[in-house]
Design a protein around this ligand. Structure first.
Ligand SMILES: [Zn+2]
Length: 527
């Protein structure tokens, strides 16, 4: 009698388990080559996904409502792009197709000192609109400074400093992952190191990091690295040096020296890492060709200065000197990406624009053309100024992650840098498969767990039970970046499936239109 009683209880206890074991989970990816993001070797296995999370890896004894056969394909964590500029793009193209087709499932925006100032409002907008990728943000120093003191070329007063400090403090509580600077831009370029240290301390208080678009990436790059490291030392926080490079033909080969500085800081115990886009051209504003003192206080002030013949002459001399330093005789390395005033010039070099305008074929006239474009509101540019050897040398550095420095692209608009479409596929195709600069395991680690660890993105960046199901399934033999400088508007190919928080955002190589991205809150956000 007693035995039957006990048996009944055992059956009752087992019943819920038996039922749940028979229930189908949302999705199972079978037979893939699992690369888990740690940098370890791949292994064959299945991955079970339910309610947006990974619930089993290996050979889980489960069946899925949908099952994907990933035989012959790599299954890896979704890529995390820590250096983007997507503010405002959520309104125009929330499907973020350029990122999704390149395997990116999470982005960090607000880089180079440029972010929304009110992050609470920004995150609310992202949350209500929904984008296809997860989004975290830095708080950008340039916008913080502009909000308090415009683009004035001077030091802040004590009161202004206090105001900036409280904006950064607020942003960290609202979920920023850290502070970013853009020290070649206005007004960042007018800032002294102390100001950044103080604001970085506000970020450090909440365990945030400092992401630096440094003061210089060319002739004075070593001073700029010193400054970034010094800020990390004084404010006691991790630093990420953004889009690490050596610019200008005269500086080619200096990546050995600059990486040694990073390594030295790490040996001294400072948490310094870097990121890179895998191209030999950069992309930024036309204004960076002009000396910073001419750019203060907004467009009207710039135009007023450039109308003064003496100032105009001095600006031109400055530009010609920089060109000569590069060992160049024309501004043919500078290509127009977006010129709002005249979009027919997009895709042309300054040398070509100058020719179209019927001016004499010399650098002097080209400098005039640049100033004229600046007077008409400026332009976004692509600058061909790095060496392939430096790009590869930096690529081999183990604490370097890959990041696009891009916006969400609008198909066929302008002639933007191809990095927005092809950064990850280019690393996997050109640099891993074809040129064997780094291994596949290493590339995946740098696209996933390294950025997740550095930017403190919880439960992302690895294929692990309990982690968010941000997953890419791709063909290592065919993955290719299609976007080029001549024809930039081409998506990467080779990604068969992309999951964001468990939702199939790419299915059979096609964007499904699903927008399941979440806001990635920083460490100061009270959960
Ligand atoms: Zn930048």
């Amino acid at each position: 009698m007693e035995e039957i009683f006990i048996m009944r209880w055992i059956v009752l206890l087992l019943l819920p388990c038996i039922c749940s074991c028979q229930e189908k989970v949302d999705l199972i990816i079978r037979n893939g080559k699992i690369l888990d993001g740690t940098g370890n070797s791949w292994y064959y296995g299945d991955i079970a996904i339910n309610n947006g999370k990974i619930i089993g890896i290996g050979k889980p004894d489960l069946s899925g409502k949908r099952e994907i056969d990933a035989a012959g394909l790599v299954v890896a964590p979704g890529f995390i792009d820590v250096h983007t500029h997507i503010e405002g793009d959520e309104l125009v193209n929330p499907q973020a197709s350029n990122f999704i087709y390149d395997g990116v499932t999470s982005v960090i925006t607000g880089n180079c000192g440029a972010s929304r100032v009110d992050l609470k409002k920004y995150f609310y907008t992202l949350d209500s609109l929904k984008v296809s990728v997860n989004v975290g943000s830095l708080i950008g120093h340039n916008n913080v400074r502009k909000a308090v003191m415009g683009s004035a070329n001077r030091l802040p007063t004590t009161d202004e400093m206090r105001k900036m400090d409280s904006i950064v403090d607020r942003a960290m509580k609202d979920g920023a992952v850290g502070l970013s600077t853009g020290l070649i831009y206005i007004p960042g370029t007018y800032t002294k190191t102390d100001e950044i240290v103080q604001l970085a301390k506000a970020a450090a208080k909440y365990n945030g990091l400092y992401a630096s678009h440094m003061r210089n990436e060319g002739d004075s790059v070593h001073f700029a690295i010193d400054e970034a490291i010094e800020i990390a030392r004084q404010a006691r926080l991790p630093v990420e040096i953004s889009h690490f490079k050596v610019s200008g033909q005269q500086n080619w080969g200096r990546s050995k020296e600059t990486l040694a500085m990073v390594e030295k800081a790490r040996t001294d115990g400072l948490d310094v890492t870097i990121d890179q886009y895998p191209y030999t051209a950069s992309s930024t504003s036309l204004s960076t060709l002009l000396p910073e003192w001419v750019l203060a206080d907004g467009q009207d002030s710039i135009n007023a200065r450039l109308r003064n013949p003496q100032i105009r002459k001095a600006v031109k001399q400055n530009m010609l000197k920089s060109l000569k330093k590069r060992g160049l005789t024309h501004f043919d390395y500078a290509m127009v990406a977006y010129y709002t005033f005249d979009t027919t010039l997009n895709g042309l070099s300054i040398e070509a624009v100058n020719k179209i305008k019927g001016r004499s074929h010399d650098a002097d006239a080209e400098a005039e053309t640049i100033m004229e474009m600046m007077e008409k509101g400026g332009a976004g540019m692509v600058f061909h100024g790095m060496s392939e050897d430096d790009v590869k040398f930096i690529m081999k550095y183990p604490f370097n992650m890959f990041a696009s420095d891009a916006s969400i692209r609008i198909f066929n608009q302008g002639a933007p840098h191809p990095r927005g479409y092809g950064t990850n596929a280019r690393v996997l195709g050109k640099y891993v498969r074809e040129e064997k600069v780094i291994t596949l395991e290493e590339a995946i680690r740098r696209m996933t767990s390294l950025p997740a660890q550095k930017f403190k993105l919880k439960e992302r960046g690895l294929l692990k039970e309990g982690y968010a199901a941000d997953i890419v399934v791709f063909d290592e033999k065919t993955v290719t970046d299609r976007s080029t400088f001549d024809k930039p508007h081409q998506y990467s190919t080779g990604f068969k499936y992309v999951l964001v928080n468990g939702s199939l955002t790419v299915d059979g190589g096609q964007h499904t239109g699903i927008r399941s991205g979440k806001v990635l809150y920083g460490p100061g956000y009270p959960l």
